[in-house]
Design a protein around this ligand. Sequence first.
Ligand SMILES: [Zn+2]
Length: 341
Amino acid sequence: MLSELDQIEQKGLQALETIQDEASLEGWRVAHLGRAAPLMLVFDQLGKLSKEERPVIGRRANEVKRALEAAYSNRSNALRQSALQRSLQSERLDVTLPGRGLPIGRLHPATISMHEVVRSFADMGFQVYRSSEAETDEYNFGLLNMPPHHPARDMYDTFYTSMPNVSLRPHTSPGQIHVMRQYAPEPIRAILPGICYRYEQISARHETQFNQIEVLAVGKNITLGDLKGTLSDLARRLFGQNMHTRFRASYFPFTEPSAEFDFECLICGGKGCAVCAWTGWLEIGGCGMVHPIVLQNGGYNPAIFTGFAAGLGTERIMMDKHRIEDIRYFWANDMRFLEQF
Ligand SMILES: [Zn+2]
């Protein structure tokens, strides 16, 4: 029986040497140390042995069992180590590589320009008044001295909505009526920023949507000089003391007299280019003294009150400031353009 135990030990250890993975290791454990293993049968037979044989065989059987258990645990450790080595090799991770940067959002150039203009007006004591982008025909045109037959409506062709009589505002001027009706007869010094919409032939200077800032001042003794001073001061605040501006007589139904005002074209330095239509000047907006009928529609007595109004294109200002040659860049969503601001 002792030689049988020697064989059991030898076979077990030999078999263990060929084991290369966890599954066959478990199979080995069941075969050599499990309940039905030859070694366990030896233990079962101890009771049947003589008094003299029992301690000798028992001791040897225990030795074999400990030897097999020790070899099993060594093999198991070795297998786990080599598995770890393999995974370290195959899933190599370089912790010194710098991480991927998250893109950080920023303001759209049109918004940046809007903020700059709003800040300049705020410094001059103007308050921001918010107004709606969809307006009724009455607010878009009628109350601004443009009755349905008025030919000036042609200049403000815009987009209709599915609601009858409601269209997207072609200018921020309908807000004039809202702000006047809210504050009359108090004096007003307000700006109304926002997006406007036109059915335009898109070109380097014209887009179907653009930001505008409406400027409105209503009070006693307000003159054309105040209008000119305010807009010229705006140009100096935005572009510095040497910035040139000019006013050209024009016509709008809701102002009388009316003018268009230009900033010097910084894209060509006044020499003339495609953006300024070879004039050396960039048209920034229209302006004028609020028409008496509009004042009246807003709730002010034109015999006592006067006022001035202007509408500025903030993208045009941004174009002048950064020498941007085409207004279409603003809404084309090209990151190569947007990331420069
Ligand atoms: Zn130019």
